[in-house]
Design a protein around this ligand. Sequence first.
Ligand code: ZN
Ligand code: ZN
Length: 355
Amino acid sequence: MKRGRARLIDLKGRGLDALLVSDISSIRYLSGFTGSSAFVVITQDRRFFLTDTRYATQARGELFKGFQIKIYRKNGLEEVIRLLEAIQAEAVGFEGDCLSYDSFKKLDGALKGVKLASAPELVRGLRKIKDADEVGRVRESIRILDLGFKEAQRCIRAGAVEKEVAFSIETAFIRHGADCPAFDTIIASGFRSALPHGKASGKKIKNGEFVVVDMGARLDGYNSDETRTYCVGRAGPRQKKIYQTVLDAQQRAIDSIRPGVAASAVDAAARGHIKKAGYGRFFGHALGHGVGIDVHEAPTLSPFSKDVLEAGMVVTVEPGVYIPGEGGVRIEDMILVTEGGAEVLTKTPKGLVCL
Ligand code: ZN
Ligand code: ZN
């Protein structure tokens, strides 16, 4: 049984004597539990795992070493309150961006004299840096994802329906061993390729259109996320220019990645290039995000990000140009920040492919 990661949480440094974890992805990260309903409470030297009767057997099989398991029949939060009273916690951290307002009110009302402090960064901060085991799982998930792009190239042609292409790809994911797609597969053709999140619709793909394919596979709790944009038939000069602009912007951003670099500077490397080419107002979203147990997690690569890159982070770099009513291009890869710089994990080639 694995030791788990709860011991790495710095409660003292934050002035806390307990941390209540309610984000189910963080619970999985700390405890190994793969179910959908639980709480974790961490103190300086103890770890508690609380879940309901449905998960009693599963939890005993999955949990990392060192957790004391409590099974509740009625209300999880009441069990959490009883536990925090029993361990006489005086300052308790919680994930303010995840615990509901009603749950917070209940805790605050019941725990008289206890200081409650929002500290979502305690686990989120650990999750930003992937250990070797996590990087291995991400690589496996990407291996399946890259096979999915082979399927995409096989299916995309004039006359194909977006949803049917998505179905073929998602079937290929499962056939190659994925647990499920990481999110709703995006197949966005023609004018729909200008929608940054145009999930597959009933639209027929036509000749001369861009097709944005943004998808991911999930395996063993870890996700992958990659985008390629194809052209159906022959690409026109304007399409080639847009494609090349996005590709060059992405390469500039990837080249700037190494430990110690501000995430906002990586964003600027791509955004500056797109601006210079005259497409600045057609690139609105952030450049990238961390990927792990959640498809979108810390750090964020955007103009407003305060994150600084560190070895072990796995991030996407995904610039795009979207011209409303006309079409769009996005190219996305997953990058592992290494001691020496960056390793591109996603392997599907990204020169303009016309299908
Ligand atoms: Zn994506
Ligand atoms: Zn992404």
